[in-house]
Design a protein around this ligand. Structure first.
Ligand code: 13P
Length: 287
């Protein structure tokens, strides 16, 4: 069932668990995430970055594929189709393409500009029954060529953005996209706590879910994080399983080169990673 992310995240915040956002790249990814969510009776958010949207030939293709797959596979758990780190123009395109949720990442703009643009998009998203995520304080690391340095957001700026009527707030708390370096200092719970104190009921979003130790994930959830984004970890699982298949020469045995066989171990590996995360985030059985 394609829905906005609002209700599932409000429920998660009240129930002290988090809903996973798993970024998709193609049909196998989408199928792996949707079927795992259904098997575990968990709500789920499919994240689509602008780069992945382009790779899949455009947002309309993505929306059509996701909607059809939900129907063909009888997916009854709540599913949100969400633009990840969208530009202003990207948000407009996803509203038109039929996504159910958007993220406007205005974190690189001066705060007033971020506020003004977010405000406009809140009105547009809500008019179309969609949920909207905003960002304050850039998330570190590299994603689709955008490099952030992993700063901690200013809690007062978070409050100004939260007051615009957004449905979820991504705030930098020392998290970064991709693998964490050995000298990473960990999440700033002091910042997270201060943000939650000021923003109250607002579901908070933790980007860069790959590689954050379990105890830090649990603590972040206890301090108001209700959505956790995971991208790189599924890519690593997919790549490792595919490598193993090819290195074992299985693509050369019989019809092992058939894409339905060649891509199967990677798809199963994505499913295993998604299951592990849903169990850790506490969303299993919450659909
Ligand atoms: P990772 O790639 O580090 O899991 O981050 C995903 C993310 O935050 C997408 O917005």
């Amino acid at each position: 069932m394609l829905v906005s992310a609002k209700e599932m995240l409000d429920k998660a915040k009240a129930g002290h668990y988090a809903v996973g956002q798993f970024n998709i790249n193609n049909l196998e990814w989408t199928k792996a995430v949707l079927t795992t969510a259904q098997e575990l009776n968990s709500p789920v958010i499919l994240g689509v970055s602008e780069g992945a949207g382009k790779y899949m030939t455009g947002y309309k293709t993505v929306a059509a594929m996701v909607k059809a797959m939900i129907e063909e596979l009888n997916i009854t758990v709540p599913v949100a189709l969400h633009l990840d780190h969208g530009s202003y123009e990207g948000c407009l395109k996803c509203v038109e393409a039929g996504f159910s949720s958007i993220m406007f990442d205005g974190s690189h703009y001066p705060i007033q500009e971020n506020i003004d643009k977010t405000k406009e998009l809140v009105a547009l998203a809500h008019k179309n029954g969609m949920s909207i995520e905003a960002e304050v304080g850039s998330i570190g690391g590299e994603e689709d060529g955008v490099i952030g340095k992993g700063e901690c957001a200013d809690p007062n700026e978070c409050k100004s953005i939260a007051d615009l009527g957004i449905d979820m707030l991504a705030a930098g708390i020392g998290n970064i996209h991709g693998k964490y370096p050995d000298n990473w200092e960990g999440l700033s719970f002091e910042t997270l706590d201060a943000i939650q104190q000021l923003t109250g009921e607002m579901p908070l979003v933790l980007h860069g879910g790959t590689g954050i130790p379990e105890d830090q994930i649990k603590k972040a959830i206890s301090l108001g994080v209700s959505k956790i984004n995971v991208n790189t970890e599924c890519q690593l699982s997919f790549a490792a399983a595919t490598r193993e298949y090819v290195e074992a020469g299985k693509d050369l045995e019989g019809k092992g080169f058939d894409p339905r066989k060649l891509l199967l171990p990677g798809t199963e590996a994505i499913k295993a990673t998604v299951k592990e995360k849903m169990e850790l985030f506490g969303s299993v059985g919450q659909a």
